[in-house]
Design a protein around this ligand. Structure first.
Ligand code: PLA
Length: 451
């Protein structure tokens, strides 16, 4: 009996079923290629899954620290990994001003849950540009800033990266060495080529300004340069205003495109205006730049995923075209951004009283971090810990780049249940007066024994 006998129109339904089965089996044994076509889509080569060949991916170097921390049953465990603010009691903080804004939103029965436009909440966009560029910014006055609401800082960087990959003549972006671990991944996946420029000098635990200027000076003209607006992550080392001015002059003379990442406005100095100064210097010269803003840290809106991308252009005509193209980047990516976080921000930024209250709460967070720096430094001094630890009080923002090596970090995790990224970065915002002694004991231990 051949297969064709069973496909004749005169055969019975049961004959046809057997014929189909036979054809299937013959094909499966005769040809490897065909077997994959006939195989059921849910049955894989091994283990029954088409995904069985996947390898287990490693946890994210930063967010994975929290995963490990959550699994640790120790009562003294301490999470200094992710940059998330904690109170003196070690609890996450929802700002009072955010609670008030949310209450206002809930009380307003006219509020609806329709889709936002592709560019997000328009009032939020205007207020965000004003917050970062300054209320008196000439670029805003001249209507040449295009701002779109994005999914926090990460989303703003990604949208900006894809826009540049599509429309900017240079596809290379220079990022600081070291930088936030997600930067190279975001920009590579956006379609840009990532290169680094020198930034940090481990011997001084400060800025390698000469290396920075040399590397930017040698960059291909027109390249994109990612700049941390303030509170550099992970080093906590920022250029001085005089150094920023030299960076600006060099970048403008070579036509390098500034792309600012502003994830910590207000967290470095406690002042929103002071922390935005480097950006405003670049905007004041009339040149173009991009700015990614995040409200995760400074408004404590981490999980709301609210941020903005602003592109400062030379004319309002260009800004309009830029916005139209940003929409083409966003629409197939996530269509339009979420409404709730942006509404909270808009309520706070538009109301003078709430705004003032926010600045006080923000300053209190920044001050608590500065006080943690002093307490940790003093605790190490009191213990006579060998080495120079003055960088703890010199560095700025959420993080201290301790200089501890991966072996020391893993020892502290194993013996003291203290969690941090393997590069020795600790989130000062996760410390409290109660936990400083525990951390100081651990640092003292690794600094005094050969780990
Ligand atoms: N840019 C920098 C420099 C950052 O440090 C972070 C967050 C972001 C952008 C993105 O933040 P957002 O998308 O939440 O607005 N860095 C954190 C968290 C605080 C993280 O890794 O996601 C950090 O611990 O480094």
């Amino acid at each position: 009996m051949t297969n064709s006998e069973f496909s004749s129109s005169s055969s019975s339904p049961s004959d046809r079923r057997i014929g189909a089965l036979l054809r299937h089996l013959t094909a499966a044994t005769n040809s490897d290629n065909l077997s994959s076509v006939y195989a059921s889509p849910t049955s894989g080569v091994s283990g029954g899954s088409v995904f069985a060949h996947l390898v287990q991916a490693p946890e994210d170097p930063i967010l994975g620290v929290t995963v490990a921390y959550n699994k640790d049953p120790s009562p003294v465990k301490l999470n200094l990994g992710v940059g998330a603010y904690r109170t003196e009691e070690g609890k996450p903080l929802v700002l009072n001003v955010v609670r008030k804004a949310e209450q206002q939103l809930i009380n307003d029965r006219t509020r609806i849950k329709e889709y936002l436009p592709i560019v997000g909440l328009v009032e939020f966009n205007k207020l965000s540009a004003k917050l970062i560029l300054g209320a008196d910014s000439p670029a805003i006055r001249e209507n040449r800033v295009s701002t779109v609401e994005c999914l926090s800082g990460t989303g703003s960087l990604r949208v900006g990266g894809e826009f540049l990959a599509k429309h900017y003549h240079q596809k290379t972006i220079y990022i600081t060495q070291p930088t936030w671990g997600n930067h190279p991944k975001i920009f590579t996946l956006a379609g840009l080529t990532v290169k680094t420029y020198r930034y940090y000098d481990p011997s001084t635990r400060g800025l390698n300004f000469q290396g920075l200027m040399e590397d930017l000076g040698a960059a291909t003209p027109g390249s994109i340069v990612l700049l941390h607006a303030c509170a550099h992550n992970p080093t906590g080392v920022d250029p001085t205003i005089q150094q920023w001015e030299q960076i600006r002059q060099l970048m403008r003379s070579k036509g390098l495109m500034p792309f600012f990442d502003s994830a910590y406005q207000g967290f470095a100095s406690g002042s929103l205006d002071t922390d935005a100064k480097p950006i405003r210097m670049f905007v004041a010269d009339g040149g173009e730049c991009l700015v990614a803003q995040s409200y995760a840290k400074n408004m404590g809106l981490y999980g709301e995923r609210v941020g903005a991308l602003s592109i400062v252009c030379k004319s309002s005509d260009v800004a309009g075209k830029v916005e139209s193209q940003l929409k083409l980047v966003i629409r197939p990516m996530y269509s339009s951004p979420p409404i709730h976080g942006a509404s909270i921000v808009a309520v706070i930024l538009r109301d003078r009283n709430l705004f003032n209250e926010w600045t006080l709460e923000l300053k209190a967070m920044a001050d608590r971090i500065i006080s943690m720096r002093k307490q940790l430094f003093e605790a190490l001094r009191a213990r006579g810990t060998p080495g120079d630890w003055s960088h703890i009080i010199k560095q700025i923002g959420m993080f201290t780049f301790t200089g501890l090596n991966p072996a020391q970090v893993s020892y502290m995790t194993k013996e003291y249940h203290i969690y941090m990224t393997s590069d020795g970065r600790i989130s000062m915002a996760g410390l409290s007066s109660k936990t400083v002694p525990h951390l100081a004991d651990a640092i003292h231990a690794v600094a005094t024994k050969a780990v």
